[in-house]
Unconditional design. Structure first.
Length: 365
C-alpha cells in the first residue's frame, strides 16, 4: 500500500546518509542522463563512510526492456546491496523494476512532481521509442521515499502542471472503476480521490504562481504522495480507466515526445468524460468536462489533440491509437459500457464540444 518510510522537507538530500544506510552500504544509482549531474553534485557528496557507491547507470531514453536487461547484470557484478532511483517517473519505474528483479531494497528520490511513481508498487515499460507496452505489478512499494522540496523546485514548471493532470485522474477513474464496492478501504480511497481533486482545484493556480510557497508544497505532496496513497489503498478496485488507456494509445503516435505523461492523461480525462456523454447521455459527465476545460485553460493543460501537438496526425494514426487503447485487456474496458475504436475517436476529436452537442450526437445528427 505504501513505502515503508516517507520523508518530506527541504534540504533532505544533504542529510540523507542516515536514512540510506538503513537499507545497505553499496548503493547502485539509477537515473536519467539529465539527472546524472544532480546525482554527482547533490546526492554523492552526502554519502559518509557507511556508504560506498557501487555504480551509477542511466536507464536510457525510456524504461524499456533493453535498458533493463543491460542494467540487471551491472547491479549483480557491482555487488550492490540496494538501489537508489533518482529522477522522473521513468527513471523511478526503471529503478523499481531493477530492485524487484534483483531482490534488493530501494530508495526513490523524485526530481519533479510529475507523477506518483516514487510511491507506487508499479512500473510501466515502454519501447525504446517511448510507446507504452505493459505495466508490472511489484511485490511492494519502495523501502524509502525522500521528497526533497529543494530538489523538486528545480524542475521545469510544466512538470508540476503535468503532475496535477495525472493526479486529477485518480478521481475520474477510481470513481468509475470502484463501481458499487462496499469495501470500506476502497470507499475510503475513492473519497480521498475526491479530496485530492478538490485540493487541486483550489490550490493549483496559487502553487504554479508561487513556486516553493505553501500552496506549492501542498500540490507537490498531493501529486507525489496523496495520489500514490489512493492507488495503494484502493488497489485493484481503483484502477486506471479510459484516461490512462488513451495515454497509452497516444504514446504510439508521439515518437517525438511532444508532451509528457500527465499532459496526455489530463487530455484522456476529457476523452473519458466525453465518452460518458456520447455513450450514456450523461449530463453529469458533460458538466464535469466543462468544469475541467475551464480549469485546464487556467493552468495551460491540454484540452484537445491540437494542444497535445498531435492535431497533425492522420485519421489512420488516430485509429491506430484508438485500437491500442481499446485492445483486449485495456483499462478502458473498466468503463460500464462497451467501447469501440470508432466511438473513441469521436470522443478524442470532440473534447471541447459544448454540452448541447450531446443530444444531437445521440440523435444521429
Amino acid at each position: 500500500m505504501a513505502p515503508a518510510r516517507v520523508l518530506r522537507g527541504a534540504g533532505l538530500l544533504q542529510s540523507c546518509a542516515d536514512e540510506l544506510a538503513r537499507l545497505g552500504s553499496r548503493p547502485f544509482v539509477v537515473c536519467g542522463d539529465r539527472t546524472r549531474t544532480r546525482v554527482e553534485t547533490g546526492l554523492l557528496p552526502a554519502f559518509d563512510d557507511r556508504l560506498e557507491l557501487a555504480a551509477i547507470a542511466s536507464y536510457g531514453a525510456d524504461c524499456c526492456d533493453a535498458s533493463l536487461e543491460a542494467m540487471e547484470p551491472q547491479v549483480r557484478s557491482a555487488e550492490a546491496d540496494f538501489i537508489i532511483g533518482m529522477g522522473g517517473g521513468k527513471a523511478l519505474d526503471a529503478a523499481k523494476l531493477i530492485a524487484h528483479r534483483c531482490g534488493l531494497p530501494i530508495a526513490t528520490i523524485p526530481t519533479s512532481a510529475a507523477t506518483c511513481a516514487a510511491w507506487t508498487a508499479l512500473s510501466n515499460v515502454y519501447s525504446d521509442r517511448g510507446a507504452f507496452l505493459y505495466d508490472v505489478g511489484l511485490d511492494r512499494c519502495p523501502d524509502l521515499l525522500l521528497l526533497d522540496y529543494d530538489l523538486v523546485s528545480t524542475a521545469p514548471p510544466h512538470t508540476l502542471i503535468s503532475g496535477i493532470g495525472d493526479a486529477l485522474a485518480k478521481w475520474y477513474e477510481a470513481s468509475v472503476s470502484s463501481g458499487s464496492s462496499d469495501k470500506s478501504i476502497v470507499v475510503s480511497a475513492v473519497q480521498q480521490a475526491r479530496i485530492l481533486r478538490d485540493l487541486l482545484f483550489q490550490r493549483s493556480a496559487d502553487a504554479i504562481a508561487n513556486p516553493g510557497g505553501d500552496a506549492w508544497r501542498e500540490v507537490v505532496d498531493a501529486s507525489v504522495l496523496l495520489a500514490g496513497a489512493i492507488g495503494g489503498l484502493g488497489g485493484a478496485q481503483c484502477r486506471t480507466v479510459a484516461a490512462h488507456a488513451v495515454h497509452n494509445g497516444l504514446t504510439h503516435i508521439d515518437p517525438d515526445h511532444r508532451t509528457i505523461h500527465g499532459e496526455k492523461v489530463a487530455y484522456g480525462i476529457l476523452v473519458q468524460l466525453r465518452l460518458e456523454e456520447l455513450c450514456q447521455g450523461s449530463q453529469l459527465a458533460a458538466t464535469a468536462r466543462q468544469q475541467l476545460l475551464a480549469f485546464y485553460q487556467e493552468l495551460n493543460l491540454p484540452c484537445s489533440l491540437d494542444d497535445l501537438k498531435l492535431g497533425d496526425r492522420s485519421l489512420s494514426e488516430l485509429y491506430r491509437a484508438a485500437e491500442l487503447a481499446c485492445a483486449p485487456g485495456s483499462d478502458i474496458h473498466h468503463l460500464p459500457f462497451a467501447i469501440e475504436p470508432e466511438a473513441l475517436i469521436g470522443a478524442m476529436v470532440s473534447t471541447k464540444a459544448p454540452i448541447a452537442a450531446v443530444a444531437s450526437v445521440r440523435e444521429g445528427d
